[in-house]
Design a protein around this ligand. Sequence first.
Ligand code: MTE
Ligand code: HPA
Ligand code: MOS
Length: 766
Amino acid sequence: MINIDAKNHVRGTSIYLDDIQEIHGTLFAQPFCAPVAHAKINRINLEPAMAMEGVVAIFTRSDIPGANQIGGIVPDEPLFAEDEIHFWGQPIGLVVGTSEQICRLARKKIEIDFSELPVVTDPRKAARNDSLIVPPRTFNTGNVEDAWEQCEHIFSGRVEVNGQEHLYIEGQGAYAWPKEDDSIYIASSTQGPTAVQRTAAAVLGLPMHKVEVNVQRLGGGFGGKEDQATAWAVMAALAAKKLQKPVKISLHRMDDMMMTGKRHPYSSDYRIGLSKELKILAYEVTHYQNAGAAADLSPAVLERTLFHSTNAYFVPNVRATAYSCRTNLPPNTAFRGFGGPQGKFIIESAIARAASALKVPADHIQKRNLLSEGDVMPYGQKMTEALAKETWEQCAREFDLEKIRQEINEFNATNPRYKKGLAVQPICFGISFTNTMMNHARALVHVYTDGSVVVSTGAVEMGQGVNTKLLQVAAERFGISSDRVKLESTNTLRIANTSPTAASAGADLNGKALEIACDRILSRLKKAAAEKLNAGEIKLANERVVADGEISDMDWEQLVGLAFSKRISLSEHAHYATPNIHFDKKREKGHPFAYHVYGTAIITAVVDCLTGTYEIDRVKLVHDCGKSMNLPVDNGQIEGGLVQGIGWLTLEELLYDEKGKLLSNALSTYKIPDMYSVPGEITIRHYETEGHELAIKKSKAVGEPPLMYGLGAYFAIRNAVTAFNPSADLAINAPYTPEKVLMDLYKKGGGQEKEAVHEAKQTELY
Ligand code: MTE
Ligand code: HPA
Ligand code: MOS
């Protein structure tokens, strides 16, 4: 089944926010924001802006009828700044006018008098100042203290990994208009329509039933619209309600980049201990998460970092601690992988460091430590279907890892200028929101009397193909052709109290609810058919009723007509909650995930040792989709995730100056992968299984896990650099931009910077 949006996308007829036909009288709005990262606001003079022709109103915190508060987990984020500014780009107010252009000109005329305060952008500095978003958390298993004694080799060091701009193609925005009776309609580009509804209601001082949020689709979200689409939607709603006019906000790309949070940068300290046989006996890690100026989703992201601190490895003794540090950057937020990629990157860095010092390929260490069935994770979940070894072995066998290694060694031996590097990247990612209470969803199905079917769920289509999968579910359940089924927009009046479409769980949660709804209608239809045809067992296949194994004369449309004439309901609303998941935050133990997704990638890179530029040569991977219900959609997610991961660790360099101003604020200064920098070859193979019962149609969640194959790009480049400059002790500081690669190629000596410390009891090398 091809993606149901494909036709409209290529014709340009898909409706995004900016394609909604503007209602007569629509006004436009633009936020005005803080021109410094930390300051006390003394006075704001709106008059010169208000005096401009075309400016209709300017709203600030004093115009808010309800609460000036949009924080989802911690109430620490005002919609409009109060007395203090906490980050560069923080919204202070909203200019409303007759055109976007007028609003942009007017906001420049607003005079803000402020007294600057010290700016903190470094998470470690924030931690030293005790400036934390939430208290630190520690996951513990075994006994690390005792375990160090048994280790043959111990390495410790520090890793820096930078953030990432989401760069959804459709920028942030919203369009709101008043309805009768004080109600409001909001068209939003959000992954979380309920969050928008709840927050708009609280800010406007309305009950939630007076706020309708509708989402047609997103031009990409990647986590950047899980929480951070809310502010703009609420601002549009506020202006629409105050002025009783339609109001539209669409952020300029540079405003979007400056004002919104990104993937969290982490600075982490690790200590890893190995046995003589290269078994990881102990791992201790302390993560300093750069949360930015408000909590946003940082505590949840922090939690997932802890869950994934040991990636696809079994480590018997672990202590992982994480601090969420408040700095003067825009509040960082969800981004594909949700803290998991950072947790994994640190242990992969520790392994890479150990491998360099011991002069063994990192994959020798990785391979000896992969998870097996029955292993218990540091968070207490016993792995029932651990495919880490299986995907690794299939990958190494099918793609002939040893031959690739040999080819690279030969290439490096004969090439003075170009060097190649190889990395193997296993992944293991837990599927479910780590917050158990979020793992439920609802679906609404109507069958019309002409046999057409309409489906509404809480899932938001953002390019990942969830609507295509949901359509497949309904069509298959009813045994009808897929063009009888239509997926409706995500609307809070049809589906209430939704979790955001996130955690890769959108298709699973909403799909399972949809199955239940379809099955209930189906059982009523079957009963009606059985009575009419005097049959025992009824099935529906290829649009026909099959009675006791015989294809009957009755088709789908006739069956629907029959049921309706007998006054049988053709509609159903169903609820699904993931069974058997739980987590005890006091003990930091439980069974938080419905299941895990596995896979292994082999990545090779070529570095030009004269210039420091590189290419990601080939990526060959084996991925665990369970039993894929839609290979083209899943392969699209694998390719997209992989390339996004490679971009994060190689090209994409987020840069703030020491005053907290974003320097990489446009595509001229922030480089993302393009046609020329994607891998020359991406080969995807699937690890075939029967699939998982808790996955939709046994087809495992695929949205986020493949991003983490991209970690291997860093280490493949690093290995190429080491081939050229074997004696240098290379710090790990992602992204590995060509500039950093060049410096490393000519970095002198080993160990003098003490980036990695080898505390081996004996220095026997393998
Ligand atoms: N794919 C596209 N094309 N666009 C997106 O915004 N978001 C990713 C992933 N794949 C995204 C995407 C993220 S962060 C998540 S959590 C999942 O899709 C969400 O969708 P799902 O739950 O249906 O997999
Ligand atoms: N993943 C993604 N998004 C989330 C999660 C999660 O575990 N929890 C809350 N939002
Ligand atoms: Mo995805 S980061 O869970 O929206």
